[in-house]
Ligand binder design. Structure first.
Ligand code: 9G3
Length: 576
């Protein structure tokens, strides 16, 4: 492609509303342009990378035995009524009416549609297993789309759905997708980790997220240095402490303390002269309309995902002031377990606590020396807290580390959630009707490209991994009015294209400095520079964007040299 003919509007200034690097660089490199909030157009350079990510996905999905289909973006509400999700989702589900006043949504995902196809087309076990996938536009009306295409409202997803006759088959399908994802993200040149993830409380559910290591990532992950345990921090389990025997003799008398306007753990522990870990937080929630209290230790953080899953609630919200008043008889900041009028849940880490501080359920008062049994009884102890950096690995007790990541893929075991709701059954070898066991598997296509930028850039711009670079080589004669340089460039250009190399020929009438800046900004892995001085010695320069390493080559060697690097870098990640 000739740069002078390309729509490649690079810009110097960084857009003010772009917070993360990938958003800034995708705008400045002329890859995307915003059409509306959370809705983007891909310009030629951006779309070349999208197509390369898709090509890798298709190769690996096909290799894993999945079959590509294409389902409509517009979905009839009837299917969502059947699955019960038409009511379950709120404003995030973009709904519309057609001219006959019928209800539709713009699909945020396609479980209902694909299950409808399969229930109509598959009758017997002999037709199973099946894995159907598509690369299709999704729409999720996020309340605050941000980070460019990393969290847009309209986005392209590869979504796959597997259908099996039994659990063993479903486990094999999951395994094959898990392995395909590892190959896909490795081939895209990403450093990532598969972590155990929350999958709501779908029966038979189980899921892993593929997180690209990046400090700007929205997802927290925890991993063990000693074993291969890794989990999203929302999911990471905490160990249940061994139950100590508590003898009443150690109980100090319950004591009321006047704590005027002292509410937070820090204020209470400082005021009373204890450590935060000696204070118990009583957090009031409303789960599917029911008020509950969850107790965690003052120095720990509650994990709302664990609470929601434990209660199998679809909606879990912090209680409003009036709900706190109704349950505790006091305003926010003085809630405690004694005399509270709602079910009590406590995190395991409270089991062995003695003589701890709690809210008095009375404005401006707390209680010292609260003890289990004598003063209050907990309905349920369970794991309700976020894993903390002084926790041990829940699998092997080893040392854990925390990191942040960008979710580029998510694989789920769905069990019979949709096949049951939509009666997707098959006849087994005894002619008995059985529910199909499903799995679903998503990859954010543009998010994968954006994650590559987050992971690989510098102050000059993007540093593309070879496999998904929009071009593999940029050819830069430093001065187009010197026809010797131009002629030489034309020759190299034709040779490289003849070798199947993706080359962008910067034939613009621009100063060399401008060309070099653009080449670094758009992040093409290799730059061939043709300058008069070097050419007089029969030499041209090849520079690697990633390392800045420069090689001086005789004209006749350039094409083979470049081809060899491209092939080596593509193979490095393909890993067979
Ligand atoms: C909705 C809306 C948003 C949603 C969903 C439904 C996320 C929804 C979960 C999934 C699970 C997997 C197949 C590909 C991989 C992910 N956000 N999810 O179901 F109506 Cl508005 O999409 N689906």
């Amino acid at each position: 492609m000739r740069y002078s003919e390309m729509l490649l509007p690079t810009t110097k200034e960084t857009p003010s509303d772009a917070e993360v690097t990938s958003h800034q660089l995708m705008l400045r490199a002329g890859m995307i342009r915003k059409l509306a909030g959370g809705i983007y157009s891909y310009l030629p350079l951006g779309y070349r990378t999208i197509k390369k990510v898709e090509a890798i996905i298709r190769e690996e999905m096909d290799r894993a035995g999945a079959q590509e289909i294409f389902m409509p973006a517009v979905q009839p509400s009837e299917l969502w009524q059947e699955s019960g999700r038409w009511q379950q989702y709120g404003k995030e589900l973009l709904r519309l009416r057609d001219r006959h006043n019928r209800d539709y949504c713009i699909g945020p995902t396609h479980e209902e549609v694909v299950t409808d196809i399969v229930r109509n087309e598959i009758q017997t076990y002999r037709q199973l297993p099946k894995n159907l996938y598509q690369i299709q536009t999704k729409f999720r009306d996020e309340i605050r789309p941000r980070f460019g295409v990393m969290r847009s409202r309209e986005f392209s997803m590869k979504d796959a759905y597997s259908f099996d006759a039994d659990e063993e088959g479903a486990a094999r399908s999951y395994e094959r997708m898990f392995d395909a994802y590892e190959r896909i993200f490795r081939r895209c040149g990403l450093s990532f980790r598969a972590v155990e993830a929350d999958s709501g409380n779908i029966g038979g559910s189980y899921s892993h997220e593929f997180l690209v290591n990046a400090a700007s990532g929205e997802d927290g992950m925890v991993y063990c240095l000693a074993c291969d345990y890794a989990a999203n921090t929302e999911k990471a389990e905490t160990a249940k402490p061994k139950e100590g025997i508590s003898s009443e003799s150690e109980f100090l008398p319950l004591e009321e303390v006047h704590t005027p306007d002292i509410r937070s753990i820090e204020e209470v522990s400082a005021f009373i002269g204890v450590k935060p870990r000696d204070v118990v937080k009583t957090l009031i929630y409303v789960a599917d309309g029911k008020t509950i209290a969850v107790l965690v230790r003052g120095d720990n953080e509650i994990n709302e995902t664990k609470v929601r899953n434990f209660l199998d609630a679809s909606i879990l919200e912090m209680a409003l002031d009036e709900e706190i008043m109704a349950a505790t008889g006091s305003p926010r900041g003085f809630a405690g377990p004694i005399g509270i009028k709602c079910p009590l849940y406590a995190d395991y880490s409270l089991i062995n606590m003695k003589n701890f501080v709690v809210g008095a359920n009375r404005e401006d008062y707390h209680l010292k020396n609260c003890n289990w049994g004598r003063d209050v009884t907990i309905d349920t102890f369970a794991d309700f807290r976020m894993i903390a950096d002084d926790d041990a690995c829940p699998r092997c007790g080893g040392e854990i580390r925390f990191a942040r990541g960008i979710e580029v893929g998510h694989v789920f075991k769905l069990g019979t959630k949709y096949s049951k709701a939509m009666n997707a059954t098959y006849l087994d070898s005894d002619g008995k009707e059985k529910l199909m066991i499903m799995g679903c598997y998503g990859i954010g296509v543009a998010r994968t490209a954006a994650a590559a930028i987050e992971q690989s850039h510098d102050e000059d711009g993007i540093i593309w991994p070879m496999a998904i670079a929009p071009f593999q080589v940029i050819l830069t004669p430093v001065n187009m009015s010197d026809e010797n340089l131009a002629l030489t460039a034309e020759g190299i250009y034709e040779e490289l294209r003849g070798q199947g190399i993706d080359v962008l020929y910067d034939d613009r009438d621009e100063r060399a400095g401008v060309k070099f800046k653009d080449a670094d900004l758009v992040g093409i892995p290799l730059r061939i520079t043709i300058g008069a001085k070097r050419l007089a010695e029969g030499l041209v320069e090849v520079r690697k964007r990633a390392t800045g390493e420069v090689s001086l080559l005789a004209l006749a060697e350039v094409t083979d040299f470049v081809k060899e690097i491209v092939v080596r870098e593509l193979d490095a990640f393909a890993g067979g």
